[in-house]
Design a protein around this ligand. Sequence first.
Ligand SMILES: [Zn+2]
Length: 425
Amino acid sequence: MVLTLFRNVRVIDGEGGEPFSGEVLVEGNRIRTVSRAESPIAAPGGARVVDGGGRTLMPGLVEAHAHISFCNTPDLESLGDIPPEEHTLLSMKFARVMLDQGFTSIFSAAAAKARLDIVIRNAINAGDIPGPRMRAASPEMTPTSGLGDVRRWHINRETFAIVCDGEETFRRTAREMVREGVDTLKINPSGDEFIPFARAHETVMNEREVAAVCEVARSRSKMVAAHARSAESVKMSLRQGVQVLYHCTLSDEEALDMLEAKKDEIFVAPTLGMAHVTGQGEGKAYGVDYDHPVANFFRLESIKGIANMKELKRRGVRVLPGGDYGFAWNPIGTNARDMEHFVKLLDYTPLEAITAATKFGGELMGFDVGLVKEGMLADLLLVDGDPSKDVSILQDKDRLAGIMKDGTFWKEPSGDAVAGAVAAE
Ligand SMILES: [Zn+2]
């Protein structure tokens, strides 16, 4: 069994406590021992000893709303134009980009074609291609005239979603996705401000349709994730057993109460990233400048959304970073910026933001990840600097001196103070 001993590191364990000087021993793919500096670990024979040089050792990051097959598109319509062969290669590339940026786990919030997430996840698990641990999602299941229905009356064009109408079609599509191998069924019960005919405050699926998908998920041990901006879409999703609620920005008091009542079963990801950069006019090069109506809307929506997220945090709901990275002006690879948004917009401390992205992320994934703790899987980052003081350094991949996934270095430790001596047998 391969043994790696990290010495001379400041440990952020993901539980939210202050970093401490310590040592961490990894055996195979699991963390065997976590120790404070006062009681050093005797290096077992044959162990590789990594001198962290005072760097930070922390859990690998978890993205709660990943879209590796959205390929940094400038618009949703063109996603359907990418042929499947190119699309598979692009998804493979972006899976690797996520791992390079320190994301050792990603929870997909929809694939742009039915089997993209599934084949990438399987190839990663088989060791054929590099990438994070992954929960594979279906495409967005949406009704005619919902978010994702990019067809036109006069053009029969491919869409990145699967358009379903009526509970029977939603049920059959959910079952087909189960057959193909998804972990998560994605539904779009609310609209989105980018869609002129399905606005964010509108609820576009009916309750029987949501119930049909949730019933399939329950009986097949899958999760359901919902695009839920409107208050009613949040309530409908909660009534029917959706576990992962994206956005929740327009929640009213009743929706907040319902979210709180299910706080141990659910996860909320507000997807601050896309809304924030759009609201600030960062899409200017793509025609969405500061004065664009959608930018105006997102600035307004975020006033309510930010207040709601602060309230959910106060009530103990797990709110996770994951900001819809996958678009031209909110590209894949910049996902760690969401933690900075949590600090700047939601008043999280850096450590709280890290806990949201690691501990809560691990609970979302359903794997033993997200904590530097004995017995957990060894997904670890060795970071140049102290993210507990400044979480923005996690956005700079040059500050990631080492990336370990499943006990193996994806990025070998580097830098002056990091050595790789092997302890004598
Ligand atoms: Zn999304």
